[in-house]
Design a protein around this ligand. Structure first.
Ligand SMILES: Cc1cc2nc3c(=O)[nH]c(=O)nc-3n(C[C@H](O)[C@H](O)[C@H](O)COP(=O)(O)OP(=O)(O)OC[C@H]3O[C@@H](n4cnc5c(N)ncnc54)[C@H](O)[C@@H]3O)c2cc1C
Length: 478
């Protein structure tokens, strides 16, 4: 039965677990934790608890376990699939990790860092930089998302092609299990081939198996040189051919290769009206090379681009003459994402296909939108080096919100069908959350479902960890 309100005794037990400053139950105090970044969902909760130590997280889990209360772990609340928000009124408790935010240790000889789960990603990156190191996870939300959230969602971002996703960067985790027990999976070891790699279970589990309280990550030498160029191309086919050539010619030094359909630039202008396209072309590419050693990156990039222009792969190119100009290129890429949220409701996808299938995906998706949803505006951009395309669609501004949302469901379904038809995935990096749960679950084989359900029941037998996220509530397990 769904609990609708907490008794004074329970509230006082919760206060005992996290202290007076660690609990919010009034709408005003909870508001910040109950709305998502895009404004798509408004959630509800019985209380927001903000433990300030690992012991307090354990106390919260023990208490919620005794009371049978479901828990939503929450990091920076920047997730794009409604994993940290419950809008179904299930009577859950949000557990925010924001007060658990100490960098525990940085070991520059071992190239590792240990941090509380609530540390903001940008803070970790800044601390590493000050020590001449790089933590390469990089995404538009890095000023707000937390390292625990990054691990829980297996975050990707713009540097995956060189350094991998969160799964490749996390060396160890510390987790409070559903019953309040603490598991310390830190080792500092890069090689540790001793049975099941349990941390990998929690990475990408989106708060459904336990609460991550600490994260140990790999570091890299800080790049001493970075070269960035903004390129114009005639087609997405040319972009894929260019990427192939860049991998061969640029000595594995590519750290980002982003594609941007020119239709996206208008969105960046909603954030900064002064935004100018560095090149005028239907398909644009932002390429970045970086190296920690004294390599002539600029010569390498210029030589590669010279050849690419001679072979007509690239029609126009601007090499950033300064870090300020490079920043302005990145501002276009980041602005076009923020511009969509500013414009209002939009269909958002996070599709993944083989790199070679990117042109087919975009072509089929554009044809589908033009035929089935005329007037809707398709946008294609993404981390092309990883086969990841965000194919988003903007409704006509004059369409009533309710109708736009109803039609949006059909648009998403059509786009998923196209991606799956190409052997792709409906979630490249954002995860499943609540917004993609039905499609995810429906697409699994019975064997796959059984294994997922067995893991969930073993680690969370009462089904209290983030109910409704990623997989159906336990009572509906097959
Ligand atoms: C502008 C913008 C750009 C983005 N760009 C990218 C991108 O390039 N690549 C990408 O992968 N994502 C991107 N995202 C999505 C988002 O930033 C990532 O998914 C991020 O990793 C979420 O971290 P968070 O701390 O905000 O987690 P939240 O949003 O708070 O939570 C996300 C999920 O993780 C769970 N969770 C959070 N913390 C914990 C914890 N400590 N223990 C257990 N479970 C937990 C929650 O229950 C929820 O299911 C972007 C988002 C925005 C707004």
């Amino acid at each position: 039965m769904t609990v609708q309100r907490l008794s004074p005794e329970i509230l006082s037990a919760m206060e005992g677990a996290v202290g007076q400053n660690g609990i919010a139950v009034e709408p005003a105090g909870m508001a910040k934790y109950l709305g998502d970044w895009a404004g798509d969902y408004r959630g509800s909760a019985l209380a927001v608890l903000r433990p300030a130590s690992v012991g307090e997280v354990q106390a919260v889990m023990r208490l919620c376990g005794e009371l049978g209360l479901g828990v939503i772990p929450q990091g920076g609340n920047t997730g794009l699939v409604s994993g940290a928000i419950d809008s179904k009124g299930r009577g859950l408790v949000v557990v925010s990790l924001e007060r658990l935010n100490t960098i525990r240790q940085i070991d520059t000889d071992n190239f590792t860092l240990q941090a509380d789960a609530g540390c903001v990603l940008q803070t970790i990156k800044d601390v590493c930089e000050a020590q001449d190191c790089l933590f390469p996870l990089a995404l538009g939300a890095q000023g707000s998302c937390q390292i625990g959230g990054n691990a829980a969602t297996n975050a990707g971002g713009v540097n995956v092609l060189r350094y991998g996703m969160a799964r490749d960067l996390v060396l160890g985790l510390e987790v409070v299990l559903a019953d309040g027990e603490l598991w310390n999976g830190f080792s500092g070891l890069r090689k540790n081939n001793t049975g099941y790699d349990l941390k990998q279970l929690f990475i990408g589990s989106e708060g459904t198996l336990g609460i991550i309280t600490g994260v140990e990550v790999k570091l890299f030498p800080k790049p001493a040189r970075t070269e960035t160029a903004y390129l114009g191309l005639a087609s997405f086919e040319a972009a894929i051919a260019l990427f192939n050539q860049a991998r061969r010619d640029c000595s594995d030094l590519i750290s980002a290769f982003e594609i941007i359909g020119s239709e996206c630039i208008e969105l960046a202008r909603l954030i900064d009206p002064a935004t100018r396209e560095p090149v005028s072309a239907p398909v644009q590419v932002l390429i970045e090379l970086s190296s920690s050693a004294a390599i002539d990156l600029s010569g390498l990039l210029a030589g590669f681009l010279g050849d690419a222009m001679e072979n007509s792969l690239v029609t126009d190119a601007v090499l950033a003459a300064s870090s300020v100009q490079a920043r302005s290129f990145w501002a276009i890429r980041e602005g076009l994402v923020e511009g969509q949220a500013k414009r209002g409701y939009h269909v958002r996808t996070d599709l993944s296909v083989k790199i070679s299938d990117i042109p087919a995906l975009i072509e089929r998706a554009r044809r589908f939108v033009a035929k089935e949803h005329p007037g809707w505006i398709p946008l294609a951009y993404g981390h092309a080096g990883d086969g990841n395309v965000h194919f988003n669609v903007l409704p006509p501004l004059e369409l009533a919100m309710q109708e736009a949302r109803a039609r949006g469901v059909e648009v998403v379904a059509g786009l998923y069908e196209i991606a799956v038809g190409l052997g792709g995935s409906i979630s490249a990096e954002h995860g499943i959350g609540r917004s993609r749960r039905k499609e995810f679950w429906a697409g699994l084989s019975p064997t796959h479902r059984r294994m997922v359900a067995a893991l969930k029941s073993a680690l969370d037998p009462k089904g209290l960890m983030n109910p409704g996220c990623l997989l159906p509530a336990t009572e509906t397990f097959p």
